[in-house]
Design a protein around this ligand. Structure first.
Ligand code: NAI
Length: 480
């Protein structure tokens, strides 16, 4: 097989150029390891596009569109109080999507440049682990695979949306979360199966752009992954914004009828029918591991396709690691994968660097955002630990009032005996940025007293954390 321009043996070959994979490749190259990265993502114009779901069809796309949606919504609804009026507001959805695509393209090219700067060989194709630390890379449009040899292989091929038998994707009226970020018009009536993180993020965007959004969620409890005080607050805020959240529903079927989609579902009250312009399936993601290894490689996967790894991301095959969404080690989050990329590259270079799976922030990029780190109150209760909570609402924060962003609250949970912070939960403006302070505090095993004695600039939204820490001892300064 042709070796052509590629090295005969690499120190590291990474499969997948999402946040886990591209970071692993960059860190490996920084450490002087001869590195290649194989990725098969194809942009709509048939070109390679580094960055995986995170850049091409997930977080960055979602964030770019959310920003546009927020601006549109603000101009339509919120600016009159500022004494500003705008006539003839119009919405050019293709232009909005084109802006998003431009951001994606820019960030993807940035990674390509970093690869080039670090001497990483990028190979556009589908990678597969073969026997004995060999990798094959098949060009995206088929053709003869290139065979590459590696001392170490890092599997980082990410995840993709789970498909439902009851709602088969037709890429027109029934679509997945990727297509939902490239719609060319605003659907009047939009349905979403799954009120999880993706369903809420996408539902929030199209709701702001004018869609009537109905979310059908199988679980009875809304956002069961978050602290229940936060999810209650979120439920109230989202329904006030106009999201129609239907919990405890079971979708029976979704069928196309001319240019509409008819959804039949069941709840405690019986059977119901919805007529929609679009239906998005956002019912979870599954690891992209189907063709990741030849049987001879003897890579062990579980029944759901997750790759077995130990606490160091080592698979059952010596010299082969798996990181990011491919494993059940830690949550399915871009920044978890990214840290694992560094962790594994450094292991290969014989550096013993720790990774703390207990302190990983989670964020839901809705408006307002939700972010948390550590334990929820329900988890602490279940552990039987004596604890204290300090809660501070954003409506008591001066900066939030000045900018009309008073929705939400901050909650800090501490160990009642040691005062060490066990969890921080935020719903409110910039929660994704505010949580960084809590993550750092927890990394240093800080107490609520440490936070309470840390001077925060005034007036800033960050003071809500300070005030919540003071609230542990009932000494908040701005609570009416
Ligand atoms: P998810 O697990 O958060 O939510 C899927 C929801 O769909 C669940 O609540 C589930 O009960 C529901 N569901 C499943 N089948 C259903 C059915 N037949 N009918 C009605 N409801 C049904 O999964 P999601 O939102 O697809 O996200 C996938 C993964 O990607 C998550 O692990 C998430 O953490 C990660 N992610 C993280 C983001 C972030 O950090 N902001 C952004 C996007 C994804």
């Amino acid at each position: 097989m042709a070796m052509s321009k590629y090295e005969s043996t690499y120190d590291v070959i990474v499969l997948g150029a999402g946040p886990a994979g591209y970071v692993a490749a960059i860190r490996a190259a920084q450490l002087g390891l001869k590195t290649a990265c194989v990725d098969n993502w194809m942009s709509p114009d048939g070109k390679t596009s580094l960055g995986g779901t995170y850049i091409n069809a997930g977080c960055i796309s979602s964030m770019a569109l959310l920003e546009s949606a927020k601006i549109y919504h603000q101009i339509r609804h919120d600016i009159k109080d500022h004494g500003i009026s705008v006539d003839n507001i119009s919405l050019d959805v293709p232009k909005m999507i084109a802006r998003k695509d431009k951001k994606v393209d820019m960030l993807s090219k940035q990674i390509k440049q970093v690869f080039a700067d670090n001497g990483i060989d990028f190979i556009h194709g589908s990678g597969k682990l073969m026997n004995a630390r060999q990798v094959s890379a098949t060009p995206p449009n088929g053709g003869k695979p290139i065979i590459l040899n590696a001392k170490n292989v890092i599997l980082a091929t990410g995840s993709s949306p789970i498909e439902l038998n009851c709602a088969a994707i037709d890429n027109d009226v029934i679509i997945d979360s990727t297509a939902a970020l490239s719609l060319q018009t605003v659907p009047k009536k939009l349905g979403i199966i799954g009120a999880g993180i993706i369903g809420l993020e996408i539902g929030g965007i199209w709701n702001k752009l004018g869609s009537d959004v109905t979310l059908l969620e199988a679980q009875e409890i809304f956002l069961h992954v978050t602290d229940q005080q936060i999810s209650l607050e979120a439920y109230k805020i989202y329904t006030d914004q106009g999201l129609d959240l239907r919990m405890g529903t079971r979708v029976i079927s979704a069928k196309r009828s001319k240019d509409k989609v008819i959804v039949e579902y069941q709840d405690q009250e019986g059977n119901h029918t919805l007529k929609l312009d679009k239906l998005i399936v956002a019912s979870g993601r599954k690891p992209n591991s189907e063709n990741i290894a030849a049987p001879e490689a003897e890579l062990v996967l579980d029944e759901n396709g997750y790759i077995h790894v130990d606490e160091k991301c080592c698979t059952t095959v010596p010299g082969v690691y798996a990181i990011g969404d491919l494993t059940l080690l830690g949550p399915m989050l871009a920044h978890k994968g990214l840290e694992e990329g560094v962790f594994v590259a450094e292991q290969i270079a014989n550096m013993e660097t720790p990774i703390n799976y207990d302190i990983i922030p989670s964020v839901i990029y809705t408006d307002p955002e939700i972010a948390w780190v550590g334990h929820t109150e329900q988890a602490v209760q279940a552990m039987g630990i004596k604890y204290n909570t300090g809660v501070f609402p954003l409506k008591a924060n001066g900066r939030a009032e000045a900018i009309d962003k008073t929705e939400g609250l901050v909650k800090i949970i501490t160990n009642a005996e040691t005062d060490i912070i066990m969890g921080v939960h935020i719903i409110g403006i910039n929660a994704s940025e505010l949580i960084a302070e809590a993550v750092l505090a927890m990394e240093f095993s800080a107490s609520s007293e440490d936070l309470a004695r840390t001077i925060h600039a005034h007036p800033t939204i960050s003071e809500v954390l300070h005030e919540a820490a003071l609230a542990i001892d009932n000494r908040s300064l701005h609570l009416p």
